[in-house]
Ligand binder design. Sequence first.
Ligand SMILES: Cc1cc2nc3c(=O)[nH]c(=O)nc-3n(C[C@H](O)[C@H](O)[C@H](O)COP(=O)(O)O)c2cc1C
Length: 220
Amino acid sequence: MSQPVPEQVGLLEGLRSTPSRRYLSDTPIPDDLLWELLDTAIRGPSGGNRQRWAWLVVTDPSVKTRIADWYRQGWDAAYGVRREELSDPGRSGVDTGLTPSSYRATEYLAQHLGEAPVFVVPVLRDAADSTDKRLGSSIYGAVQQLLLAARAHGIGGVLTSLYLGAEDRVDALLGLPDDAATMGLVPLGYPARGRWSQPRRRPVEEVVHWERWGETRTRD
Ligand SMILES: Cc1cc2nc3c(=O)[nH]c(=O)nc-3n(C[C@H](O)[C@H](O)[C@H](O)COP(=O)(O)O)c2cc1C
């Protein structure tokens, strides 16, 4: 199947219209495009520009399937067991942040993760035993760049963590060095359903404090 031709999207528009995409087709992503996405991701920031990162690209179906099984177990334990409550259309989703429709999308991903053509696993070195609260700041900016670069090519994805219940097994399967830690797992693929739309967030006036904690303002 040929890859969809991406629409041109401006930077600010892209920043405001890149939600999680969890309904991903199994259409392959060409290697040259993956290189471009990753080369864009690594333009992101890290403390002192140390770049203690590595980016694992997983396309092997047998590896993806094993990780997807562990991911699904993580999903089941955290959310699957609450299916009736969390997927109730009458719920607002304020407590967990998951609306009924995002619950369905998240459940779909848990059941189909292995079908995404590519997993990108961002890894930090010297991180396995870290107690640094800000450790992630040296990679998550770059992870977001990966997702935004993907969006520019019509490719969707989402940063995930539910594989972490099997972290040791994932580390072993991927052959990670002892000092390294996976910082997430990003399935990438051409979206099979849904659209690029502005993510729903609490209003900016509610979360911005001016000069001092508690000093909020209304936006004219
Ligand atoms: C630290 C972190 C962990 C996450 N883990 C998962 C996950 O395991 N599975 C998943 O489907 N989404 C995961 N997400 C995605 C969030 O659910 C998503 O960013 C949030 O719901 C907002 O989605 P939106 O941008 O589409 O509105 C994670 C996001 C972050 C930042």
